[in-house]
Design a binder for this molecule. Structure first.
Ligand SMILES: Cc1ncc(COP(=O)(O)O)c(C=O)c1O
Ligand SMILES: [Zn+2]
Length: 386
């Protein structure tokens, strides 16, 4: 394994590897550092051709030490689909959709949990807990079941039914809460020491982001090592955006790509848009968004612990943050469906009206290569279409 240490994303303090961590002493997320020179001796662009079709193909830049702890349900290496007809409707010649809906448990949350629960197993965790807006819970339940570690899940009562049922059917202990994901997070925080739970909340442990970063490696690989001009990412806690941004730096250090970066576009629902508001106000941290409510349950994150990392990446990339209404994002599911054959999650569909706004404002040009992240499958949200 090539991990050299962990470091704090805010204060920079270094922490030894091979130990269980949640946050840094300063209360901010920890990130993983690798010896990329060592990694790049065996992990080369050419070496990837013969490797397994899952995110574990990038194992030299993943944190696992002993391959026996690897929990794989087939996550990652999702298709990057050329959306020619949808692109033509928008006047774009190079529009792609990264279809994360085909992951195990029907969302990109599988990536983060595959790596985080493999690491939890490696580091001897005996009980797992998570507050979730829905899909992270389903993914945790699946990988915890694969690992044989009990999982304790706290979700808002109005979470899509598929998320509740999938957790129950994969053996997790599910508690429904009258409140938001932030309320669920407080319960996990208060009870975890007494119960002996390891908290795998987004960015409150260092490895989910490592799993999510593989989306950045895959997009580069699938576009033949030429990053797109624009990436649209539906943002809740922001782990995928933060992870991809880290992946781009790692790939540049290994000499796989140059300094060019995509403009990173964070897409939120206007009913829960803390990152958009902070971006527009020029702030580095995002205040809690009051009365958050959206059918795109994964975007219902009123306060993100990695807010500054999301905002830093957007600004460094010359990107932006943009909100769309629930009516716009719900209508976009059918538009994407009819034009591409992909039944998108409402979160992923939110990227379409956002893209339209960017084109209208002249921020995206017809020749730009644009990648839209469909982060989950619409099958998990049947209530949203009644
Ligand atoms: C389908 C879907 N899309 C997007 C998100 C937001 O992801 P992130 O927390 O990485 O910003 C979630 C989170 O629950 C989700 O389930
Ligand atoms: Zn710190």
């Amino acid at each position: 394994m090539n991990v050299t240490h962990l470091y704090c994303s805010a204060c920079g303090k270094e922490h030894e590897p091979k130990k269980l961590y949640n946050l840094c002493d300063c209360g901010k997320p920890l990130m993983v550092a690798y010896d990329l020179e060592a990694a790049s001796k065996t992990l080369t662009r050419e070496s990837l051709a013969g490797r397994e079709s899952s995110l574990w193909r990038y194992q030299e830049v993943l944190p696992l030490d002993n391959p026996e702890n690897k929990l794989c349900l087939g996550e990652g290496m999702t298709p990057l689909l050329s959306a020619k007809r949808l692109g033509a409707q928008l006047g774009l010649s190079h529009l792609y959709i990264k279809d994360e809906g085909v992951n195990p448990t029907g969302s990109f949350k599988a990536r983060g949990m595959a790596v985080a629960i493999s690491m939890a197993k490696e580091l001897g965790v005996t009980k797992l807990a998570v507050p979730s807006a829905g899909n992270a819970a389903g993914a945790l339940a699946a990988y915890a079941a694969k690992a044989g570690i009990p999982a304790f899940i706290f979700m808002p009562r109005d979470t899509p039914k598929a998320n509740i049922v999938e957790c129950q059917q994969t053996g997790a202990h599910v508690t429904l809460i009258d409140g938001l994901i932030t309320d669920c997070g407080k319960i996990v925080g208060e009870r975890k020491n007494a119960e002996g739970w390891f908290d795998v909340s987004t960015l409150k442990e260092p490895y989910r982001v490592e799993g999510k970063k593989t989306m950045g490696y895959e997009v580069a690989e699938q576009l033949n090592w030429e990053l797109p001009d624009v990436i649209l990412y539906p943002t809740g806690g922001g782990t995928g955006l933060i992870g991809m941004w880290k992946a781009f730096d790692e790939m540049q250090t290994m000499g796989w790509i140059g300094a060019k970066r995509p403009r990173m576009i964070s897409v939120q629902s206007s009913n829960c848009a803390p990152i958009v508001r902070a971006f527009e106000n020029g702030e580095r941290f995002a205040d809690e968004f009051e009365n958050a409510s959206t059918v795109a349950s994964g975007l219902r994150v009123p306060k993100a612990i990695g807010d500054f990392l999301i905002l830093d990446a957007i600004r460094a990339s010359n990107g932006t943050a943009i909100s769309v209404t629930d009516e716009e994002l719900t209508a976009a599911v059918a538009e994407i469906g009819a034009a591409t054959g992909i039944f998108a999650a409402p979160e992923g569909a939110a990227c379409l009206p956002a893209l339209r706004k960017l084109i209208a404002a002249g921020h995206v040009a017809s020749g730009d290569t644009v990648v839209l992240f469909n982060t989950g499958s619409g099958i998990k949200y049947l209530e949203a279409f009644q």
